[in-house]
Ligand binder design. Sequence first.
Ligand code: FAD
Length: 437
Amino acid sequence: MGGQATTWHNWGGNQVAHPTAVEHPRDVDEVSALVKRVAADGRLVKVVGAGHSFTAAAATDGVLVHLDRMAEVVTSDLGSGLVTVQGGIPLHKLNTTLHELGLAMTNLGDIERQSIAGATSTGTHGTGRLLGGLATQIRALELVIGDGSVITCSPTEQPEVFESARIGLGALGVVTSVTLQCEPAFVLEANEQPLPLDAVMADIDSHVDDNEHFEFYWFPHTDVALTKSNNRVAPGVAPQPLKRWREWLDDELLANTVYNAVCALGKRRPALVPRLNTTAAGMLSARRFSDDSYKVFTSPRRVRFVEMEYAVPRAAVHDALAAIRHVIDRDGLRISFPVEVRFVAPDDIPLSTSYGRETAYLAIHRYRGEPFEGYFRAVENEMKALGGRPHWGKMHWRTADDLRPAYPKFDDFLAVRDRLDPERVFANTYTETVLGR
Ligand SMILES: Cc1cc2nc3c(=O)[nH]c(=O)nc-3n(C[C@H](O)[C@H](O)[C@H](O)COP(=O)(O)OP(=O)(O)OC[C@H]3O[C@@H](n4cnc5c(N)ncnc54)[C@H](O)[C@@H]3O)c2cc1C
């Protein structure tokens, strides 16, 4: 173990940090020894997953820890569907390994580059009105806490720790292993269709309630929404995946290569953005296919951007979308990236953005290098007025004082933090901002 000081950037390129050392522990004992050593020196520790958070959640000028040598499946039980994995396993490896075992995650977000511990620590979610975010699939956790000791927690073992640690913002300890409730592998049918935005919103409850997973992307400066509905096919029905050329055309060439060129042009010539979006929206076509669940849920995202996402009560989705449109029009913004809208079930995790309520998520983006702060802050004000909670891994400017009223169990989380990390070995600027010192 042991590494040099370095410069670290997140995926979005909007966060930079200068860790004094980089460590790659090989097992929980090495993590424990590392935390003890760093704590004794009065320094700070932060695990970085895949660096896919847009906030400074993973940024540290202390000791940066990669769990890339702790990225294996530890145990799996086909009967119960319980699978224990090391905290550093990337979702793409998890998905393919589960598939080989005949298992799958119940729900996933848009990509599979994140680590399991990084994704769950910030409340990463997909879409599906009856389904929670990824952290709701956790059944047990192993953590190295502030004094370097190793603890395990589950609904029956240290339940108050378990409750909070599922979405711990990296503030409670190093998550060294995660036990997930998986289910038998399944095939999803994807039905993607561009529709007029007003028609989608007029019928939004049926779209959301009649599909297992529904989301849409609205292209600013147009009245077009690309709807995506994913539903399970009956067991035993063979998948009908996209032809390789169609997948390459849609997901690589159009969604990444051409789209990157369009965004780059829009960045240089903002006045062209409405016309570019109209052209892009006009080129959208319907498609229907079926495939293994994880291949339908996730796709490659190579166009770099910066993102903010707010969770609002589901019933506020009309107001929230109208507010974003209003901000874009009022401030004369030229926004090339679509607004993504998803729906998630309530859960009981203290710092979950879906805690205690049916939730609509609205995500806004700007192409990398474009100014984002004015747009995001203006939208944040609107979302805050609607009772919005910001995604912990995506840009926002909220602080502990104004987050507390949004989370009924905020102080319960802080009490667990006081117990597990009284010396704040796992602190960084982000945790100090959103949780306090
Ligand atoms: C292209 C792209 C697409 C995305 N799509 C979605 C989406 O569909 N849905 C969604 O909800 N989000 C999405 N996100 C956000 C992303 O899922 C979250 O920001 C997630 O936290 C990133 O995971 P990571 O492994 O990169 O973690 P990092 O960003 O590296 O870390 C996130 C936090 O987890 C902590 N952490 C990481 N590992 C550990 C550990 N072992 N123990 C303790 N703490 C740990 C870090 O310290 C940090 O606080 C997307 C992001 C990008 C860039």
